[in-house]
Design a protein around this ligand. Structure first.
Ligand code: PLP
Length: 393
């Protein structure tokens, strides 16, 4: 009974916290995805001349083509790599990879909710072998190691649920087996530096660092990955794929064919394409991936430093080298309920700072993507301090 009473008073107290205007950020969106879309992007969208027009005609196809060309430049992709896209987001790409990219046996690094979900997709695919899983407790990363016979190695550049960034380097000896390196870059692409030559598929959705809306996936595929897709598709066509089924919506081959014509299999969200196009232009004008990764690095470091100096907060990720500079997780002392901070912030227009629901920790999680300004990140930590100070009174 007594406990309940305390909780109720706390809720009432959080409702009363009003953060002074001079502390508030200019934009309160700190989500880890969907994340902040800049005002200028939305303004341009409202003046769009292609919304409500056919995606099979030149105006939209030109936007798709420019997105492909600019991403190739942005990521400095090696010769022969292609920028492929389709509908359904990164989650759809997982199923597509199971249907038509993994030959038989995949290995997964599992260190949070997103890496786990992809591994489960493979576990549930009846025509694939049981995958090899390399797992560690949340808060660090676990890269799959060489396993003889594994044809596809999968892990995430940035595990969004825990705020852990992992190195992207080919698994030693895997090339001799012609194995693929398949990287979930959903919350890393555009925020963390990468050498694409170390990957065969670097795939992401655009609603995180690329400040667009959801519903789309983009994959940078190596010639080796494209060959793999072709040979699996061919074996299915020839009827010698041993029970493998590739639903047409999940066909990577058809996504590759359509992308070469700057189209998607079915109707894309044109607003997502326009917002993405605008964001890539903006990032390129600022100095490309080198600029954005430095900007995100500085954003993140501000929060890590603040947490380290704080009496009630600390970085969740202990291994300094594994700390993400795209999504920052902050552990809150048990004497304070992180949810109360999140609630009070939201009441003041500072939103989506909650920890990942599946992780169930007393923590805050902050997206520090390139659209989020240094000034706003500084305001955010001041606002958190203000809220905590007033929660305790
Ligand atoms: C957000 C996210 C996904 C899921 O993206 P959807 O577009 O919702 O499918 C997958 N992986 C990572 C690492 C993510 O951050």
């Amino acid at each position: 009974m007594e406990k309940k009473f305390i909780r109720v008073t706390l809720v009432i107290m959080t409702e009363n916290i009003v953060i002074p205007n001079n502390l508030l950020p200019s934009d309160g969106r700190f989500g880890s995805g969907p994340s902040k879309i800049r005002h200028e992007q939305l303004l341009q969208l409202s003046q769009s001349t292609v919304m409500g027009t056919s995606h099979r005609q030149a105006p939209v196809k030109t936007i798709v083509q420019e997105i492909q060309t600019q991403l190739a430049q942005f990521f400095n992709i090696p010769d022969g790599y292609e920028v492929v896209l389709g509908n359904g987001g990164a989650s759809a790409f997982w199923d597509m990879a199971c249907a038509g990219l993994i030959l038989q046996h995949a290995a997964f690094g599992v260190y949070g909710s997103f890496t786990k979900k992809f591994a489960q997709c493979a576990q549930n695919t009846p025509f694939l072998q049981e995958p090899a899983i390399f797992e560690c407790t949340p808060g660090d990363y676990s890269i799959p190691q060489y396993v003889s016979g594994v044809d596809t190695y999968c892990w995430a550049h940035n595990e969004t649920s825990t705020g852990v960034a992992a190195p992207i380097q080919r698994v030693p000896s895997s090339e001799e087996d012609n194995a693929l390196i398949v990287i979930d870059a959903t919350s890393a692409a555009g925020a963390l530096p990468v050498d694409i030559s170390q990957t065969d598929a670097y795939y992401f959705s655009p609603q995180k660092a690329f400040g667009s809306d959801g519903g789309l996936w983009i994959a940078i595929l190596s010639p080796r990955a494209i060959n793999r897709v072709e040979s699996i598709a061919q074996s299915v066509k020839n009827g010698d794929a041993q029970g493998r089924w590739i639903p047409s919506f999940l066909s990577l081959q058809s996504a590759i064919d359509n992308s070469r014509k700057h189209q998607t299999l079915n109707t894309p969200a044109i607003a997502t394409l326009e917002l993405l196009h605008n964001q890539i232009n903006w990032l390129m004008s600022k100095g490309g991936l080198q600029w954005s990764s430095q900007y995100c690095h500085d954003n993140a470091e501000h929060i890590y430093q603040w947490a380290q100096n704080s009496e009630y907060a600390s970085p969740f990720v202990q291994n300094v080298e594994a700390r993400s500079h795209a999504v920052v997780t902050v552990e809150v002392d048990d004497s304070i309920n992180a949810q109360d901070i999140v609630t009070a912030l939201r009441e003041n227009g500072i939103i989506d700072t909650f920890g990942y629901r599946g992780l169930n920790r007393n923590q805050l999680r902050i997206g520090v993507f390139p659209s989020v300004t240094h000034e706003d990140v500084q305001s955010l930590t001041q606002c958190i301090d203000y809220v905590v100070e007033h929660l305790q009174k």
